[in-house]
Design a protein around this ligand. Structure first.
Ligand code: UDP
Ligand code: MG
Length: 315
């Protein structure tokens, strides 16, 4: 309880995209959780990321569970999970901010553990997924992604951590100042530094509805991670180029040897074709990798905001 006075405000930020089936369950469970953590005051910020179902209406209906403590921000369209988290952060006024998904895959019961670390002086506390109740294919892709990422990233981003977690006010203020268009909150969160700690938990299936992360959204997230936090891909393409030059020189030597010493020019069609194909492939990959960075520079140079808020309801 070191430096966190009783009654300190904690903000909960929840991105919501077509989660109508979840809202009642979610708010009831959150209400029960915060009732037990009554040495704090609470504020709930739900960001409706352009839902087309009646998520927003359900939130309005259940607002009495958090009288005077609930803010509903509605986007003008779907801007994505990461943008929704940032929009929530923008409005959060607590001493600490907790990010949690709407589908109850992140258990609110962990708040107590997050807060006890926060009270001990940690600025960043995040959930680590011990077990993932999802399909084998997805599980495998996540594993590969996190492992590769761990190897490549310039900042060390903890394995198997999602956005579920708590950040302190000072960490939040720094993150809010970073106007990144290709946002990866868990990346910025690591980048900020301070004292950080992970809390392991089992991640269940979502309580209702389907995942709102399409494969495309997941791929975008993975690309934000790779290209936003590492310049290794660029170096790999340089490496490929150097390798190709080396092979070319060796082959050139072999061809000259054939011509001058053996007096027999190698027929060489097959090898020629192979080299052209290999080099062409390597060049295309390099251009593609360059393109990823350039598209990021381009997006960053446009002054489009990360999201557009349609309205804010304080309830
Ligand atoms: N979400 C969002 N915008 C999107 C996709 C998802 O706000 O475009 C929200 C969603 O409502 C949920 C959270 O982000 O609260 C995580 O999404 P989901 O559970 O579908 O992802 P998964 O757990 O399957 O990775
Ligand atoms: Mg989920």
């Amino acid at each position: 309880m070191a430096n966190v006075p009783t009654g300190s405000k904690i903000s909960i930020v929840i991105p919501v995209f077509n989660e109508a089936a979840m809202i009642t369950l979610l708010l009831e469970r959150l209400a029960a959780t915060v009732r037990q953590l009554d040495r704090y005051t609470w504020e709930l910020i739900l960001v409706d990321d352009g839902s087309v179902d009646d998520s927003a209406q359900r939130i309005l209906d259940q607002a009495s569970l958090f009288p005077g403590k609930l803010l509903l921000r509605r986007f003008s369209r779907n801007f994505g999970h990461q943008a929704a988290l940032m929009a929530g952060l923008e409005k959060a006024s607590g001493e600490a901010i907790i990010f949690i998904d709407a589908d109850l895959q992140d258990p609110p019961e962990l708040f107590a553990a997050f807060l006890s670390h926060f009270e001990k002086g940690y600025d960043v506390v995040y959930g680590i997924r011990k077990r993932r109740d999802s399909g084998l294919w997805l599980k495998l892709s996540y594993k590969i992604f996190y492992l590769l990422f761990q190897k490549m990233a310039d900042v060390s981003i903890p394995l198997d951590a999602g956005d579920f977690g708590l950040i302190s006010r000072r960490a939040a203020n720094i993150i809010k100042q970073m106007p990144e268009k290709d946002l990866l909150l868990r990346g910025l969160r690591s980048w900020v530094g301070f004292k950080q700690v992970g809390v392991p938990y089992d991640r269940p299936e979502r309580a209702a509805g389907e995942t709102k992360y399409t494969l495309r959204k997941l791929m975008n997230l993975a690309a934000s991670a790779f290209f936003g936090y590492s310049s290794l891909p660029l170096r790999i393409s340089t490496g490929c180029g150097l390798g190709a030059i080396l092979l070319g020189l060796l082959y050139g030597g072999y061809a000259l040897y054939g011509k001058w010493v053996l007096n027999a020019n190698p027929p060489g069609w097959t090898s020629l074709l192979m080299i052209v194909l290999l080099l062409g492939g390597a060049q295309l990959i390099s251009v593609g990798i360059l393109g990823e960075y350039i598209s990021r520079i381009y997006r960053q140079s446009l002054s489009r905001p990360l999201y557009v808020v349609a309205d804010d309801h304080s309830l």
